[in-house]
Design a protein around this ligand. Structure first.
Ligand code: ES4
Ligand code: ZN
Length: 326
């Protein structure tokens, strides 16, 4: 079997996926219409044409605008269920879903509305497709730490539904150190800490995420490659990096998929996984991320098997569940 045949069929896990980033234009228009919300694009085609990003902020502006049409619990259910359908089609058997409560609570949508819609979809996906999932509540780093503390408080009635806390949005100028206290408090509540770091920001932010936030995984982490000492440390500590190849090219952090550092990272001994990040915006779900890398970087079957093993190994599944896939 070759690497392409293998990846299409094999059971896979996804560890870095923003549910708001799986919002396909077709569903966005449908929900906008039923909620009677205007979107500043006349058609699905017009909207898709806007998906040309020069950097992370260009993308975030459109991503938050798209999320504006989500109002009711059913909207969050439909959004999440549409993603699970993709998972079922691609044999993604486990997924760790990030959601951004502040994107919604800032607009007057209750925390409970967001999480109840997502949770109902998780239960249906488990029942209908046998897909296991868990939730990563992500704090928006362009907002204040005080605001994140408020979100932590709002999450407590639902803590049994949330496994982990993350840190996302505009990286530059918003270092992990800004959120040290709220991460400490989140860990005390039982949440596992992760953070986006070294996507657009410097290697130093990865060090801060490790030292100050005590993260269990780094989301992206590409820019560790500018600091050989840090690479050595990440290898030594077997720290997982959730790499998102098509996100990196869409946001121009990598100029061409042929120059993506994924293979180099594997060769260095880094514990990398492949993920889709915001598949509705970046041109591909999980399998397409693998396929693009296999084709552009000529990954071997063994390397692809390693990446798939890593996706389970570094998941937050209980050990006995992981073992079924390793
Ligand atoms: C994100 Cl690609 C990316 N980076 C940072 N924050 C995000 N939120 C959603 N997608
Ligand atoms: Zn991300």
């Amino acid at each position: 079997m070759n690497a392409l045949e293998y990846i299409k069929k094999v059971p896979k896990a996804e560890l870095h996926l923003h549910i708001e980033g799986s919002f396909e234009p077709e569903l966005m228009f449908e929900i906008a219409q039923r909620n009677k919300i205007e979107i500043p694009y006349s058609s699905i085609g017009e909207l898709k044409k806007a998906y040309q990003f020069g950097n992370l902020q260009d993308f975030l502006d459109i991503y938050y605008a798209g999320a504006n049409v989500l109002i009711h619990e059913q909207d969050f259910y439909d959004l999440t269920m549409a993603y699970f359908k993709h998972c079922a089609e691609e044999n993604i058997v486990h997924t760790e879903i990030m959601f951004d409560p502040q994107t919604h609570t800032k607009r007057g949508v209750a925390f409970s509305t967001v999480i109840n819609g997502i949770q109902r979809a998780r239960e249906d996906a488990e029942r209908q497709y046998g897909i296991s999932s868990l939730l990563i509540m992500s704090y928006l780093r362009h907002l204040s730490e005080e605001d994140a503390f408020e979100t932590l408080q709002q999450s407590l009635p639902f803590r049994h539904l949330i496994k982990s806390v993350g840190l996302d949005s505009s990286e530059k100028g918003n270092p992990p150190s800004k959120f040290r206290k709220v991460f400490e408090a989140s860990v005390k509540e039982g949440y596992i800490p992760v953070a986006h770091a070294g996507e657009e920001g410097p290697a130093e932010y990865i060090c801060e995420a490790l030292d100050l936030l005590k993260v269990a995984r780094i989301d992206h982490g590409n820019n560790c490659l500018t600091d050989p000492k840090l690479v050595e440390r990440l290898v030594e500590e077997k720290m997982a990096l959730t790499v998102c190849p098509l996100s990196n090219t869409a946001l121009r952090n990598v100029d061409d998929i042929k120059n993506h550092p994924l293979k180099k990272m594997l060769d260095l001994g880094l514990q990398v996984t492949v993920n889709s990040d915001d598949p509705a915006y970046f041109g591909g779900y999980l399998t397409q991320n693998y396929i693009s890398c296999i084709e552009a970087l000529d990954l071997s079957l063994e390397q692809v098997k390693q990446l798939v093993r890593n996706s389970f190994q570094y998941s937050f599944l209980p050990e006995e569940m992981k073992e079924k896939f390793l």
